[in-house]
Ligand binder design. Structure first.
Ligand SMILES: [Zn+2]
Ligand SMILES: [Zn+2]
Length: 346
């Protein structure tokens, strides 16, 4: 049973609590740094002004990327991925799963859809009534299908996906830098207060806590940032890191990887001047992705698959290829595309 509108409204409001928490921490850090440290504690004017300038530059770019991550609407599949009216009626009337699959296969024939369910079926969202584009997943919190969905992030109360993944990675980077700047500039006053070298003032409490909180956030955000940078380098989403995308011939965790440089460009764009700012510069449209999937001669494909350890020497290229996490070697480093999957669709 669907939740009542009042319950949904209540849930939507509660979802903002983590964002409110982050805002309160950032607000307090601003007060502690600007007022308690720079105004009341630092006596040297040159030091005070240079700290304030550096602090505000990092705060501004951190808030900018956080804002863009929160307010970028998740991108959903275009109308081209919805079933045509007649097909939809047929699909809804049909009770046999295999016949429903036939309808979906017919509809997906002209769509750039190469990934399948674990059972080899066309991926279809019954909630949104669309054929899911590659890397698209349904988010139960946002109640919609999200293109290149990475995960639903409670700290930004938004889905992280094609439309804001770059902003999210930059938000992690600049949040880490913001914490690093605070730690690096506060540490000398932290030591002075800690060793009682500096006279006790009401600022002591704020400065001690500011250092602890910034250091704690720095460690946790930095580890998350490193993980996402690794994912970008491998061209995987968080979902794909846990469950390899399934292609026509089986799962391939490196199915979208095109080599480190091109993987980075897919998220950050290829123009250096936009890479470091939270402006949209990701490549593609979110519906189709360059894959290592190439239409090649089945015999040649079998050779490549054997080379990659995806099938035994006498094996068949079929849907029954098992996920071979350990043996599916990255072959695309240095931007050399190697086919590892074969399209078995007619
Ligand atoms: Zn959906
Ligand atoms: Zn979501």
């Amino acid at each position: 049973m669907a939740p009542s509108p009042a319950l949904r409204c209540c849930k939507r409001t509660l979802n903002w609590i983590p964002v409110l928490f982050i805002n309160l921490v950032v607000g307090w850090s601003y007060y502690a740094y600007v007022v308690e440290l720079c105004v009341y504690t630092i006596t040297d004017n040159v030091e005070r002004i240079s700290y304030l300038i550096i602090f505000h530059i990092f705060l501004a770019i951190f808030i900018w990327s956080y804002w863009k991550t929160i307010w970028s609407k998740p991108a959903s599949p275009s109308i081209a991925f919805a079933l045509p009216r007649a097909e939809k009626e047929l699909f809804e009337k049909e009770e046999r799963a295999e016949m429903q699959q036939e309808i979906l296969k017919r509809a997906a024939r002209n769509l750039p859809v190469y990934t399948r369910t674990a059972g080899g079926a066309i991926r279809y969202c019954t909630y949104c009534q669309v054929i899911k584009p590659d890397r698209c997943h349904h988010c139960s919190t946002c109640e919609m299908c999200v293109l290149k969905m990475d995960h639903h992030c409670p700290w930004v109360n938004n889905c992280v996906g094609f439309s804001n993944y770059k902003f999210f990675v930059l938000f992690l980077a600049y949040a880490s830098l913001y914490c690093a700047v605070i730690c690096a500039t506060v540490i000398q006053y932290f030591i002075k207060f800690w060793t009682k070298e500096h006279a006790e003032t009401p600022a002591k409490f704020h400065i001690l806590f500011l250092f602890f909180v910034a250091a704690l956030f720095f460690i946790s955000i930095m580890s998350l940032f490193s993980y996402h940078l690794w994912l970008v380098g491998k061209n995987r989403t968080t979902i794909e890191a846990f469950r390899a995308p399934v292609f026509a011939n089986g799962p391939d965790k490196n199915g979208f990887s095109l080599g480190f440089r091109r993987n980075m460009a897919e998220v950050f764009g290829d123009r250096a001047k936009y890479c470091f700012f939270p402006v949209f510069s990701s490549q593609g449209d979110g519906h189709s992705f360059v894959t290592r999937l190439v239409h090649i001669d089945p015999e040649q494909a079998k050779g490549v698959l054997q080379q990659n350890g995806k099938i035994p020497a006498n094996g068949e290229t079929s849907l029954s290829v098992p996920p071979s996490e350990a043996t599916s070697k990255e072959k695309t480093d240095g931007d050399q595309i190697v086919a590892v999957t074969v399209d078995s669709e007619p």
